[in-house]
Design a protein around this ligand. Structure first.
Ligand code: DAH
Length: 484
């Protein structure tokens, strides 16, 4: 059994460079059972309608209808859903913040990237990583897409945004193309210091009001490092940055203590006596980089033998606040993945379960009372199948309309998405198990293993064979590979 040890879904700091792939628009032909409709005419531009909003598509469109149909679900708002319970647990630590939980997921490239100062060549902007509707419009890839607008609205000194976000990515038990994030921010106004002489003093007074904890925090690096984690020296004094960083770190440590205390209580109540329920909680701060904060950090928690990345955060780039018309304010922001936290809070083993409508899953959670560990229902057998193909070819012997994929324009996320598109939630994971380059021809061969498993029933052999054959044919048709 493949147990995923991938690093968490890349926070936007360390993504690998990828080459965009421009292929036929196969999103147009899939998933008829979707509330998102494309116009009947075969000629461009087409229009997609999502919850009454119309968008013209162009050659950037790469969003399958199956992805658009997830928009209506809003799992983070479903009563008694584990994602909703997790959201409320975190919200309970920020009672004076304003909560935004219904922001629409289709945003502009400007909101998602430009306003946050993502460089133009940032890999996150690529069509292999992000769902585009047209050149200017994407499905938000993170809740930070609403930072600039929320700062501009200036309705509260602190806010939380919880929402569905969308990324083209791997297929496995901890990655799903739609997931949920929470964004948080807190800012202070230089013109409203009350009885305090300086903004730093004002912030330190707020730090004193954060509940204290006794957990072990490793924080070996200086708050500011001239190369690795610079101060925004044009705008902030060292004292201001130190005070805001302390407020940020203490607020988020408080969140982590709340989550892990609840997770442990649930584990103990379920009779779990393993080491992780006994040992004192350990957390550590790690230096990070995000285009929209400086200095920046990640918070990691030691959980079941591994350091687990929980969130990214930092001091908001002053240019973002200035551009949002609130130049007298300065502050911090963070972003975290709700699935990752809910999975460890409730011991949920597979990210697909969040999308289940099976009462055996949903009936186990309640927003009132203590967190209860998920009791897995019987696991149905998995069935894995391999597919091998050449991605670099000079012949057209594989047939099909599309020119053969070359090593240059092939991207693994296209394989992942095709698997999802053909098999939906019946695919548990997809991973590369072999690759080699032919010594004479220079052609590259890849072998992927697809693990088919239903969370709700046992798949028949025939059904799995059919799915796999369809997947193989789609690889040829859409990616132009040559099957071996
Ligand atoms: N938007 C980032 C991501 O999805 C997470 C994040 C990091 C949000 C730092 C923030 C922040 O607000 O300050 O990877």
């Amino acid at each position: 059994m493949h147990v995923s040890v991938r690093v968490p879904r890349a926070l936007y700091c360390r993504r690998l460079a990828v080459t965009p792939i421009i292929k036929t628009q196969w999103w147009q032909t899939h998933c008829a059972s979707c509330q998102a409709r494309s116009s009947s005419s075969e000629t461009s531009p087409k229009v997609v309608t999502v919850e009454g909003r119309q968008y013209k598509t162009d050659e950037w469109m790469n969003t399958p209808a199956s992805i658009l149909s997830a928009i209506a679900k809003r799992l983070h708002l479903q009563p008694d859903h584990p994602l909703s319970i997790t959201r409320q647990l975190i919200e309970s630590r920020f009672l004076d913040h304003k909560y935004y939980n219904r922001l629409f997921p289709i945003v502009s490239v400007n909101q998602n990237f430009d306003a946050l100062e993502f460089p133009h060549d940032h890999p996150g902007r690529s069509r292999t990583d992000t769902y585009y509707i047209n050149k200017e419009t994407v499905l938000r890839t993170h809740t930070s897409a609403h930072q600039a607008d929320t700062f501009r609205a200036n309705e509260s000194s602190g806010y939380l945004i919880s929402a569905d976000v969308y990324r083209r990515d791997a297929v496995d038990r901890s990655h799903y193309p739609v997931f949920h994030q929470m964004e948080g921010a807190k800012s202070w106004d230089r013109n409203c210091l009350g009885s305090y002489g300086t903004l730093a003093e004002r912030v330190w007074a707020d730090v004193a009001n954060i509940p204290s904890h006794t957990i072990k925090v490793e924080d070996p690096n200086p708050t500011i490092h001239p190369e690795r984690n610079p101060l925004q020296s044009t705008y902030h004094s060292v004292e201001e940055a130190e005070a805001m960083a302390a407020h940020l770190k203490r607020s988020l440590e408080d969140v982590v203590v709340t989550i892990f205390t609840a997770a442990r209580a649930a584990a103990v109540a379920a009779g779990d006596t393993t080491a992780s329920t006994q040992e004192p909680l350990r957390v550590r701060w790690v230096e990070a980089y995000f285009p929209f904060t400086s200095p920046s950090w990640e918070l990691e928690v030691f959980w079941q033998g591994d350091w687990l990345e929980i969130l990214g955060c930092g001091i908001v780039r002053q240019s973002i606040l200035n551009n949002a018309g609130v130049s007298s304010r300065l502050g911090w922001a963070f972003g975290l993945g709700l699935e990752r936290i809910a999975m460890l809070l409730f011991s949920i083993p597979d990210i697909r379960l969040f999308w289940s409508s099976d009462p055996r899953f949903l009936s186990q959670f309640s927003a009132t009372g203590p967190i209860q560990r998920f009791v897995p229902f019987s696991r149905h057998p998995a069935c894995f199948k391999d597919v091998s193909f050449w991605i670099s070819s000079t012949s057209r012997s594989a047939g099909g309309q599309v020119a053969h994929a070359s090593a240059r324009d092939f991207h693994e996320n296209d394989v992942m998405e095709l698997a999802r598109d053909v098999a939906g939630d019946l695919v548990e994971d997809v991973r590369l198990v072999d690759e080699f380059v032919h010594p004479k021809t220079g052609r590259k061969s890849l072998c992927y293993r697809i693990n088919y498993r239903s969370l709700e029933r046992t798949l028949t052999n025939e059904e799995t064979n059919d799915l796999h054959e369809k997947f193989r044919q789609q690889l040829v048709k859409n990616l132009g590979v040559e099957l071996r």
